[in-house]
Design a protein. Structure first.
Length: 504
């Protein structure tokens, strides 16, 4: 199986970037090799030629996560997380970076709020650090940790910014990893307990919740590839962990609804449209499988009470599925969150790969990034149509659900010029085109409620450390000063007018 964006990033680095952005909801044919799927050899761009109004009440947001911004890794009673342990292990993170300090948001959250106000945001997606709330993963609540989030929520509401709270954005308490981590079935109950204490404290003010951020990514990178915390490399752990997280989703959903029946709960998987590399039947089948692994592995157990069709060949015993489990995973999510950055091109591994790699035999799918669009500094292809394709497919296949775009963004490492201004035109172009693609899907009937830029400000980008800047605001890590980039000013204007303007 080749399912990680970060893994396929390796293969697309160094590829030629295509230029040219001049089309309005149209496409520009490129060269093609024989048999290649014609839909792939073009660079469709979404460049609005007229102002595009968004629906009243549409949420203009930005997203962050606790480990990536908070710092204060062992203050006020916080317990150790798997990311603390992983980043403190030599050789795991680029330049030996850690999130010990990050953007110091634990202390500087008022500065963050000032950025949000200046950008006219109406929604802020942030995550809660489980080990701040329950330092050893279960048991008594650390009141100081909870107070931090409680103050933040109050301040957001006062500023008329909706708190969209992610309950798990990858920082598992280390004590629970020591007890077996996500492959251990007990974690579903621990997660539900944690979620319950958070909902008890914040549920009177927070009405929008995300249970998990990108479960596909943290299980793949953390338990199969070993490039993220906790750094395991085991197919079995990945499969078992997948099922336990699905059980935890169900248990967490019910725990919150028992306290706050009217709140809205969703998940935020990382999604990418998966196009077959050629018209061959084998590649089309691979694309179906890729869609199942990438996009619906955590949606189908919740919304349909089963694993995606393309994966049902996996034995229950291997996944750790027990009788009655699929009733437990099934919950009527109130919205589907979509984190989307790029597209995936799927193909079928060759006979030799299948014969020599267990993963390629079990999951006969190769996933690569596209090669036609320009690349961001982290090497991901810019492909606005990916957002259009994904949103329209989810709309079609899940009976027009409410959708929140929970993350989209780009790493461009532009810094301040001599007068301190950050001219990150490429970031503005990225969001402009992705938003135009989103607007197109909405004009065709998709029920999209929000768009959250990843990220509010530059921050700790996991295994890449501080080498990749995704923010609408620049962070000077020496002084912790935040400066709104040109893209942030542009976004502020879009948010205040509720209109995507035709010209920059
Ligand atoms: C997403 C993660 C987020 C950040 C962005 C760039 O996959 O959810 O934390 O790393 O990618």
């Amino acid at each position: 199986m080749h399912l990680t964006r970060r893994r396929f990033v390796q293969s697309i680095l160094g590829a030629t970037a295509a230029a040219g952005l001049p089309f309005t909801f149209s496409s520009c044919a490129g060269s093609s090799k024989a048999g290649t799927n014609p839909a792939l050899v073009s660079t469709p761009q979404f460049n609005p030629s007229v102002d595009i109004p968004f629906p009243k009440g549409f949420f203009w947001g930005a997203a962050t996560s606790a480990y990536q911004i908070e710092g204060a890794w062992k203050e006020d009673g916080k317990g150790e997380s798997i990311w603390d342990r992983f980043t403190h292990t030599p050789g795991k993170i680029k330049n030996g970076d850690t999130g010990d300090v990050a953007c110091e948001s634990y202390h500087r959250w008022r500065d963050d709020l000032a950025l949000m106000r200046a950008m006219n945001l109406s929604s802020y997606r942030f995550s809660i650090s489980w080990p701040r709330i329950q330092p050893s993963g279960s048991g008594p609540v650390n009141a100081k940790g909870m107070d931090y989030y409680s103050r933040l929520v109050d301040a957001l509401l006062e500023a008329h910014i909706r708190p969209l709270v992610t309950l798990y954005h990858w920082d598992l308490p280390q004590a629970l990893e020591d007890a077996g981590g996500w492959p251990n079935r007990d974690l579903a109950a621990h997660f539900a307990d944690y979620v319950q204490v958070v909902a008890q404290s914040l549920g009177d003010r927070v009405s929008d919740w995300i249970l998990f951020n990108e479960p596909d990514a943290f299980l793949d990178l953390g338990y199969l590839e070993g490039t993220h915390a906790p750094g395991r490399k085991s197919l079995l752990d990945f499969l078992r962990g997948t099922h336990v997280v699905n059980l935890a989703q169900g248990a967490g959903f019910r725990a919150i609804k028992a306290i706050r029946p009217n709140c809205r709960i969703g998940i935020a998987p990382s999604m990418s449209p998966c196009d077959p590399a050629t018209d061959s039947e084998a590649d089309k089948l691979a694309a179906d499988r890729a869609h199942g692994v990438m996009n619906t592995l955590f949606l189908d157990p919740a919304l349909r009470g089963r694993y995606p069709d393309a994966l049902t060949f996996l034995p229950n015993r291997t996944m750790g599925i027990k009788p009655g489990d699929m009733e437990k995973t099934r919950v009527p999510l109130d919205f589907i969150g979509i984190n989307l950055y790029y597209r995936v091109i799927a193909s079928s591994p060759g006979v030799i790969e299948r014969a020599t790699h267990l993963q390629d035999w079990l999951f006969p799918v190769k996933m690569d990034g596209g090669q036609q669009g320009p690349k961001t500094d982290i090497g991901w292809e810019v492909w606005p149509k990916a957002l259009y394709d994904m949103v329209t497919r989810i709309t079609r296949e899940y009976n027009r659900p409410a959708i929140e775009i929970t993350e989209s963004g780009c790493a461009y490492n532009d810094g301040p010029d001599s007068s301190g201004v950050i001219h990150d035109t490429r970031r503005t172009t990225y969001h402009r085109e992705y938003l135009a693609a989103l607007a197109q899907s909405m004009s065709e009937g998709a029920d999209v409620r929000s768009y959250h830029v990843w990220s509010l400000m530059d921050n700790f980008e996991w295994a890449e450390g501080y080498s990749q800047r995704f923010g609408l605001a620049y962070v000077d890590y020496k002084t912790q000063q935040r400066t709104i980039k040109d893209s942030g000013r542009w976004y502020a204007d879009v948010a205040s007018r509720n209109v995507l303007p035709a010209s920059l």
